[in-house]
Design a binder for this molecule. Structure first.
Ligand code: WQD
Length: 312
């Protein structure tokens, strides 16, 4: 069952998932931070063994402008899902966390033991995710039979190979991949490269992009391997890719150059962030399968088939 307030997606997704999987998908439209909404969903569609908690605001820049909305939404949803889930006997709680909880660039490539110092984090989004991790660890301590798995995503990008589902951010995309896709499809004029004077091989920012299908399979592996206790895993490729490399890969998929300009650095951006994914491989038997060319070509396929996203 999907529970979503649809404030950053479309109800079309549920029917497209049914098209892809051939199995019915129940969609409950409502706020995951509301105990009554979550309780009603359990009553109607339960019982459930597990909750995968994705429900959060996630734009780093926006979170610096709206701290109260970010802490309220990203924490209240966890409280409601935990209260109702535990009252209904769930055995697993998989949490969508982030590689932006790692606070010390000297720890690169980030392992799960990397420093996570709240006061060093630069934005309310990342802090809300780290606070969630602390809450979940303490709740698990008093529910020893519960599995809590913290999945720390690096940069999720890409679309399903069918082109039926993909990323469709509202308004002008903050993130690089959907912005490039909008330029490629002609709905935005040019790509702004936020700085080419970083201490990286080509001067542009390095990130650990991971295909969203690899990310989904990481969740399935976490559920299948779940044992009572607390576990955390990085979900990334361990292979950093620069802004210019991502754009070059997208241009290969499109078959032509895309208009781009070098723009000033974006405040708060790190030069490089990427992980060491070895723990997920050894403990979950999971390893990212796709490279950047698979990611960009899947996005181009999605965007071409849905030039206006789900409103197409
Ligand atoms: C990537 C690179 C920019 C836009 C995101 C999410 C965050 C977290 C991690 C989940 C950087 C450059 C970007 C543009 C550019 N996800 N860039 N022009 O900042 O790593 O964070 O992934 O937890 O929630 O926000 O991703 O795609 O915004 O930036 O040059 O128009 O692309 O400087 O080097 P980021 P991003």
């Amino acid at each position: 069952m999907l529970l979503d307030n649809l404030d950053n997606t479309s109800d079309v997704v549920a029917s497209r998932i049914e098209q892809i999987t051939g199995t019915p998908v129940a969609l409950v439209v409502g706020d995951a931070a509301d105990d009554e909404v979550v309780g009603a969903a359990f009553a109607e569609h339960g019982p459930f063994e597990a909750i995968i908690h994705f429900a959060a605001h996630k734009a780093v820049g926006e979170s610096t402008q709206k701290p109260l909305e970010y802490y309220a939404n990203n924490l209240d949803s966890t409280f409601a899902l935990l209260r109702v889930g535990l009252a209904n006997g769930i055995r697993s709680f998989v949490f969508s966390s982030t590689g932006t909880v790692y606070s010390n660039p000297a720890d690169l490539p980030f392992r799960e033991t990397g420093t996570r110092d709240l006061v060093e984090l630069s934005n309310p989004y990342s802090k809300s995710k780290l606070i969630n991790e602390v809450i979940l660890a303490d709740v698990q301590k008093v529910n020893p039979e519960l599995n809590v798995t913290l999945l720390r995503y690096f940069n999720p990008v890409g679309a399903h190979e069918s082109g039926l589902i993909g990323e469709d951010p509202q308004g002008i995309p903050n993130n690089l991949m959907p912005f490039v896709a909008r330029v490629a499809v002609g709905s935005l004029p040019e790509i702004n490269v936020f700085g080419d004077d970083y201490d990286t091989p080509d001067g542009t920012g390095l990130r650990d992009y991971i295909h969203v299908v690899d990310l989904a399979e990481g969740h399935v592996a976490a559920l299948e391997k779940a044992q009572p206790g607390l576990a955390s895993y990085n979900l990334g490729t361990g292979r950093p890719v620069s802004v210019l490399e991502l754009i070059a890969s997208f241009e290969k998929a499109v078959g032509r150059e895309l208009p781009k300009v070098i723009a000033p650095r974006r405040p708060g951006d790190m030069a490089a962030t990427y992980c060491d994914p070895a723990k997920a491989e050894s403990e979950l038997g999971w390893k990212a399968r796709f490279g950047i060319d698979d990611m960009t070509s899947s996005v181009w396929n999605w965007q071409q088939k849905n030039p206006r996203g789900y409103a197409s």
